[in-house]
Design a protein around this ligand. Sequence first.
Ligand code: AMP
Length: 428
Amino acid sequence: MNQEVEIDTSIQTVRGMHDVLPEKAAEYLRTETRAREIFAAFGYREIRTPILEFVSLFERALGQSTDIVEKEMFTVKDRGDRLLCLRPEGTAGVVRAFIENGFAKKSAINKFFYCGPMFRAERPQKGRYREFFQIGSEYFGNEAPAADAETIQLVSAILHSAGIDSFEIQLNSIGCTECRPKYQQILTEYLSGKSDKLCQDCQKRMKRNPLRVLDCKIDRNILEQAPKSQDSLCENCTQHFTQLKGLLQATKTEFKTVPGLVRGLDYYTRTVFEIYATGKTGAQDALAAGGRYDTLVRELGEENVPAVGFALGIERVLNLIAPDLNESTLSSNNVTIFVAALGTESTEKSFQILSELRKNAYSADGVLNNQSLKSQMRLANSRGARFCVIVGEDELKEKSVTLRDLKQQSQTKVPMEELLIHLKKVTG
Ligand code: AMP
């Protein structure tokens, strides 16, 4: 039997995919919940788009020569032989939904956020997975720099809320359909003179999309001297960029202008930004990224709708922060009350008590599988329970329960029908 087949049939995750185990899941939930509160404060509404989309959507939106489209999509054929893929990013799907549902006709301004898994067949390494979760926003219908500034503030607020305080916002403008071709030409001329020194990928990129050469991690030294997009911006783009920087400065949002920043996707116009962690936790990979895409809605549909958005990788954020034991682990894992039944006769009553506690919004649990009191107490402790409700033969006869306070190490008998009132008193 060959090695491949053996690996395929074993019970293990697919390369680059990860189980999110309960403690980690609590961290995801906490990050998402805080982000949702911030989105609400900024006036964004949630949108959920399918994980499966047509491959052609991404080919048209992201560009044929991007890494994602060229080599990173997980594709499948449906029964009608149509080529589908697991979405590699969020913007294209949201733009498709925006067009398909006629949002431009409903309102001049539309602000959406999304949260969910994305898939890219990249080489797996720390912070780079084949399934990863993004939180992102798309702001449609506002060409003004205020929308770009808002997007940057939004992602900063989400990073702060996740517990990341030291990060650097890198900013650039790559111009519009008017001034970008001119810059591309200047850049191509410069790169042509250096083509023999460029890596193989860049030699190809140079012909298909010269701006993407600037993204190369290998040819950094050669690219330092390359002409900058900022020097070729038309008047409108210059003004837009200047105003954006002014708005950020006016709100004390620190940023750094990085003239070589271009981003890997074709749909960006004008503003592009990336956010990196700094300080001792600083990592090479961006925590979040985004920019403006004023022509994408037009390219995929009919309307001319400017837009700007960002996407943040939840795993990259969580890799930087220590799990918050007080909040996430306890709230998701621990129960307040553990119900222990002694003997099969008390199972039914115990189950009723358990249901009643849960109905009254207590976090309650119990196994009711006829284990000894000792094992049930061990379980109660391992679940971090504060109280244990014990129902044995005597209690059944007396129509009472024994309420053990696991913190105070004390216990008392309480009539069954007074259990809720009693608990209310002791839990405040
Ligand atoms: P992008 O869609 O490439 O602009 O990426 C936006 C953000 O998504 C990045 O800044 C990362 O935080 C996250 N991200 C992108 N690719 C991956 C990946 N393969 N694994 C984990 N996170 C990723």
